[in-house]
Ligand binder design. Structure first.
Ligand code: SF4
Length: 360
């Protein structure tokens, strides 16, 4: 039997939803009601929309859908971090990570969302990069990860609190700048105060160094935080770790970052994964200081989370402190990221959307 093509309402902004309701001969205010059900209450069944007339609910159900992704599986780390395996309409799967901001019972959460199924960048240390690229996610699928996570979290924690998730980082599977339009569209939906209402300053876009994307983002009139996955302070090593560096070498990347800071007046974060015996020698620290010091930025050090099958190793805690100290003495704003979710392979670079992975 041929299935009727349904219109996807998730991902529509209020204007698009109004237009759709008007096309059905319905008054505009119905759009606001449905908007609230979708983005405030993460409801995906029209039959649950109690203030919508029954006849309209049935009509909507025939012609439209709200595809909040299903959480197929979740793993909970000892530190409270949760990794959700989410399934899209076409059965493609991505991982989304929910990170508690503290150990307090009433803590808020940050959410690390994916922008692509797999990733075409192929960073040498990253599980996602090793699994290849399948497709871009649509804006509604990015927004859907937020709603699906909020729904699941509310269920698990037994709370209807809409403000459980306060921060979003585009740092899951995929390179956000290679799915630029959908990524920006999703930010605008997440930011809308009538809906999910995440402040722009609570949203971080992380890139492996896509210069074109950084320059475009600088012109969007958005106050989001830009994070750059740097991981090396010379081109030779960086090209080995992040193949995108061959297209956009360090001097071009740094120019784009300075341009972003000039345009937005926002402090940029440089992420630096610390790989034992690879990028944490004294000369790496010195080159890093030289590179980053002229920019309004801080450096976030992340001790590597080992991925089975890859040769990279996590540095000892004394090597981590030594490198941290060099950067501090060199005058950089530097933070050491507390390790979250490594026991469930939810930490940076460990996402791969494989259902069969076991806790090590
Ligand atoms: S680190 Fe990011 S950009 Fe690099 S392969 Fe992994 S997901 Fe892609």
């Amino acid at each position: 039997m041929e299935t009727k093509h349904k219109i996807e309402l998730l991902g529509m902004d209020i204007q698009a939803l109004e237009k759709y309701l008007l096309s059905l001969g319905e008054p505009k205010f119905r759009a606001s009601q449905i908007y609230t059900w979708i983005y405030r209450k993460q409801v995906s069944s029209f039959y649950e929309m109690s203030d919508i007339p029954k006849e309209l609910r049935a009509r909507l159900d025939e012609s439209a859908q709200i595809s909040i992704p299903r959480v197929l599986k979740q793993r909970v780390s000892q530190d409270g971090t949760r990794k959700f395996l989410m399934e899209m309409n076409d059965k493609k799967k991505v991982e989304t990570v929910v990170i508690p901001q503290s150990r307090d019972k009433h803590t808020r959460y940050s959410l690390c969302i994916s922008t692509q199924v797999g990733c075409p960048v192929g960073c040498a240390f990253c599980a996602t990069g090793q699994s290849g690229f399948q497709r871009n996610l649509a804006a509604y699928e990015m927004v859907g990860q937020v709603l699906g996570s909020r729904r699941e979290l509310a269920k698990r924690l037994k709370t209807p609190d809409e403000t459980l998730i306060t921060n979003i980082v585009y740092m899951g599977m995929g390179e956000p700048m290679l799915n630029y339009e959908a990524m920006v569209e999703s930010i605008r939906i997440l930011n809308d105060h009538r809906g999910i209402n995440i402040g722009q300053r609570h949203i971080t876009v992380s890139t492996a160094g896509d210069v074109k994307g950084i320059e475009r983002l600088a012109g969007e009139d958005l106050q989001v935080t830009l994070a750059i996955s740097l991981h090396a302070s010379n081109d030779e090593l960086r090209s080995q770790l992040i193949p995108l560096n061959r297209k956009y070498p360090l001097h071009e990347l740094m120019q784009a970052v300075k341009y972003y800071v000039d345009q937005t007046h926002r402090r940029v974060t440089f992420e630096y994964i610390m790989l034992d015996d690879v990028n944490i020698a004294l000369e790496d620290a010195q080159a890093l200081i030289k590179l980053v010091k002229p920019v309004l930025a801080n450096v976030n050090l992340i001790p590597y989370n080992e991925v089975s099958g890859l040769e990279f190793r996590k540095p000892s805690s004394s090597a981590v402190s030594r490198f941290f100290g060099w950067l501090k003495e060199g005058g950089l704003e530097v933070t050491l990221r507390e390790e979250r979710g490594a026991d469930i392979e939810a930490a940076c670079g460990q996402l791969s959307a494989r259902r069969d992975r076991k806790v090590r």
